[in-house]
Design a protein. Structure first.
Length: 118
């Protein structure tokens, strides 16, 4: 059973920083990628960042480029999201996603709340 446990969310003032973590367990063989999406109240889910598990190729949503950095620790099966220069519009529930080479479905964490005050 794949489990994703996110941590690091919270309340921060605009311009501040937070670091999210997502640890995978129960299914760490043949990981293809891990990443983050977010959803704000009343809005559609938005792609934030992704990283390939092999060579570490990264990708970012346009709204976070230059401010957020995704990284991984393969030994710990953990992905991180360093969020700098946070804006009130970054307020959302951030969820971790994992995909595998040998499974068609993706798995999601329960999410962690990030709130940025102006």
């Amino acid at each position: 059973q794949v489990q994703l446990v996110e941590s690091g969310g919270g309340l921060v003032q605009a311009g501040g920083s937070l670091r999210l973590s997502c640890a995978a367990s129960g299914g760490t063989f043949s990981i293809n990628s891990m990443g983050w999406v977010r959803q704000a109240p009343g809005k559609e889910r938005e792609f934030v960042a992704t990283i390939s598990w092999g060579v570490g190729i990264t990708g970012y949503g346009d709204s976070v480029k230059g401010r957020f950095t995704i990284s991984k620790d393969s030994a710990k099966n953990t992905v991180y999201l360093q969020m700098n220069s946070l804006k009130p519009e970054d307020t959302a529930i951030y969820s971790c996603k994992i995909t595998y080479h040998n499974r068609p479905e993706a798995y999601w964490g329960q999410g962690t709340q990030v709130t940025v005050s102006s």
